[in-house]
Design a protein around this ligand. Structure first.
Ligand SMILES: [Zn+2]
Length: 165
C-alpha cells in the first residue's frame, strides 16, 4: 500500500526540518530552536500515520472476512535497503498490527504469508516471470496481463487461502 499524498508531503517536510537541524552549529540557540521545530513535525507525522492506519484498518476489517498480508518480517525480504526503508516509512507494521487486533474483536481472519515470489509468479499459470521493481505490469507468456500489484495480491490471497484450509 502506498503512502497517501498528505503523508508524503509531511515526510518531505520532516526531511527539510532534519536538514535544517544538521546545518545549525552544535550547541547554538538556533540549533535548539530547529530541534524543537523538528520534534513538532515528527509528532505531527506520527499522529497522521497512526490516524491513517486506524482508518484503513477499520475499512479492511469492515469489508473483508479474510485479510492477507505479505509477512515482510520474513528474513531475506528486506535485503534491499531502499525497499526496507520504504516499508519502515509507510508504517506497514503499524497497519498490520491495527488490522490484526481489530480483526480479532470483529471475528475476522488475518493471515500473513511468505512474500517470496508473490510479485514474480503468474497468478494465472504459476510461471515465474522475472521483473524489476520498475516494471509495473505483469505480462506472462501464457497471455495473462495484469497490474503488477494486482497479480501479486491474487498470489497472496491464494497462499492465504491455502494456509487457512
Ligand atoms: Zn501465466
Amino acid at each position: 500500500m502506498e503512502s497517501p499524498q498528505f503523508l508524503r508531503k509531511s515526510e518531505e517536510k520532516l526531511k527539510r526540518k532534519q536538514r535544517a537541524v544538521s546545518k545549525k552549529k552544535r550547541g547554538s540557540g538556533r540549533r535548539r530552536k530547529a530541534v524543537r521545530k523538528l520534534a513538532k513535525v515528527h509528532e505531527k507525522v506520527a499522529n497522521q500515520r497512526r490516524d491513517y492506519a486506524h482508518k484503513e484498518s477499520r475499512k479492511l476489517v469492515n469489508e473483508y472476512g479474510l485479510i492477507a498480508f505479505e509477512d515482510l518480517n520474513i528474513q531475506g525480504m528486506v535485503k534491499n535497503h531502499h525497499l526496507a526503508k520504504n516499508i519502515a516509512d509507510s508504517g506497514w507494521n503499524q497497519l498490520v498490527q491495527f488490522v490484526t487486533y481489530k480483526a480479532e474483536s470483529a471475528g475476522r481472519q488475518v493471515v500473513q504469508v511468505n512474500p517470496w515470489g508473490t510479485s514474480q509468479q503468474c497468478s494465472n499459470c504459476g510461471e515465474i516471470v522475472k521483473k524489476s521493481l520498475t516494471v509495473r505490469v505483469h505480462q506472462c507468456p501464457c497471455g495473462y496481463v495484469r497490474d503488477r500489484d494486482e497479480n501479486a495480491a491474487i498470489n497472496i490471497l491464494k497462499l492465504a487461502l491455502h494456509n487457512v484450509s
